[in-house]
Ligand binder design. Structure first.
Ligand code: AMP
Length: 431
């Protein structure tokens, strides 16, 4: 099965040529498993996360369908719809379609929120062979009668579990209600919680089920380590690591957006080329930061879990968990950024006393023991020897610490009576 080649699929010459240009040697397991069924127009439920090559798995057969049917799409209509949870993911899917569809004349329209709706309305005026959208903006466009879904023949719901986490499930149901009954439906999800299983049952007809690479498989490919360090020294440890030449293209994860901003400030002060992305940043700022990391004009991207979901940047050398996530699944997603489509990567977690509980939980999930790296100047024996708290206690303690930091910060603002900036430049509380 793994010996299958792209040329074994009955793709038209434009698609074969586009694949050749990408330099992919052979299809990934999800592609091998899904493409033949999708070419037969079957419904499919795929359990796969980003990094497995799932976008090409659905994009290539869809392009084939569009090219061979040669239907023109009337104004304000779409022949196929791809729903995806985040703008970044929408942009990445778009890039994939541009790559694989370069020889084919297909009209692709991108519709996501956080940017002006006008250009999207104009694009839809010409009809979309492929409409890639986030749920909120699509509903907006539908309410304004700028698009109708009555001609959609292929519907792809991407990252369904993330949609659920982000509270999009009702929006999705509203959108599905507007689709024609007769259509091909494809659902991809990294995990299959009950709600997604039941949604799948209600929208898919006799689906083929394809499972690849459960999260633990990604984890196995990443060289992981834990560095015990007190929170007050995390910034010094980070600076220390980033001075090493092998830390070329790094993503640093923080639990909160404030945390992301704080790390970003410290790095900027230390002349480390970095940018932060999180929910409060404008869409353009987020995309710019991603481009800068891709092009190498910044060394470090600091991100929260939500902002980083679906980021697809090749050759990430290191993922650093500045804060250990308290949800094991987020850990798996984070470290997955450094092991894309078969490549290995390095992930390091900075761990203070409270976070030992989360590491324990993560180890259970990934079924691996994470190595402890003591060979750094900020290794804390106190943290290493501390007892592991229960997860509940650890969360409460972290919450309390964060509250104390905020109170201290407020007090400082009062004392210095100035702007946030004034406080920061004079005496910023340490994390
Ligand atoms: P995805 O899971 O769709 O987010 O894809 C992850 C990455 O894998 C993207 O950078 C793709 O360009 C890349 N990719 C997709 N298919 C292949 C393949 N057959 N061989 C090598 N890389 C691939």
């Amino acid at each position: 099965m793994t010996n299958k080649l792209f040329t074994d699929f009955p793709f038209v010459s434009e698609i074969q040529a586009a694949i050749k240009k990408t330099g992919y040697e052979k299809p990934t397991p999800i592609q091998v498993a899904a493409i033949p069924h999708l070419l037969e127009n079957k419904d499919l439920i795929g359990c796969a996360q980003t990094g497995t090559g799932k976008t090409a798995a659905f994009a290539l057969p869809l392009i084939q369908k569009l090219v061979t049917r040669k239907k023109t799409t009337p104004a304000k209509n779409a022949q196929s719809l791809i729903l995806t949870p985040t703008r970044e993911l929408a942009v990445q899917i778009h890039e994939n379609f541009k790559t694989y569809g370069q020889g084919a004349k297909i009209k692709i329209v991108l519709a996501y929120g956080g940017v002006s709706i006008g250009p999207q309305i104009r694009d839809l005026q010409l009809g979309a062979d492929v409409l890639i959208a986030t749920p909120g903006r699509l509903l907006d466009l539908m309410h304004q009668n700028k698009v109708t879904l009555k001609m959609v023949e292929t519907f792809i719901l991407d990252e369904a579990d993330r949609m659920l986490d982000m509270g999009f499930i009702h929006d999705i149901k509203k959108i599905i209600a507007e689709l024609p009954r007769s259509r091909q439906t494809i659902l991809f999800s990294a995990t299959l919680p009950k709600e997604i299983e039941s949604l799948a049952q209600s929208i898919l007809i006799n689906p083929v089920r394809v499972d690849v690479a459960p999260p633990a498989t990604t984890a196995e490919k990443v060289a992981q380590s834990v560095m015990y360090v007190e929170t007050s020294q995390k910034r010094d440890l980070l600076r220390h690591l980033l001075l090493k030449p092998e830390y070329k293209r790094v993503i640093v994860f923080t639990r909160t957006k404030h945390g992301a901003n704080r790390v970003s400030e410290v790095l900027t002060k230390n002349k480390v080329r970095s940018e932060a992305i999180h929910g409060n940043k404008s869409q353009n700022a987020r995309l710019r930061a991603l481009d800068n990391l891709k092009s190498g004009s910044i060394q470090v991207l600091i991100a929260t879990d939500v902002a980083a979901r679906g980021i697809d940047i090749d050759n990430i050398t290191h993922v650093i968990n500045y804060d250990v996530p308290n949800v094991a699944e987020n850990y798996v997603h984070r470290i997955g950024r450094t092991a894309r489509a078969g490549t290995a990567g390095i992930a390091i977690s900075f761990c203070d006393i409270e976070e030992k509980a989360f590491i324990q939980d993560i180890e259970k999930t990934i079924k691996l023991k994470i190595d402890i790296d003591r060979k750094h100047p900020y290794h804390s024996v106190k943290v290493e020897q501390a007892q592991v708290l229960s997860k509940g206690k650890a969360k409460a303690q972290l919450e309390q610490n964060s509250q104390q930091r905020q109170n201290k910060y407020k007090r400082l603002r009062k004392v210095f009576g100035g702007s946030k900036k004034g406080v920061q430049s004079q005496q910023r509380p340490r994390r």
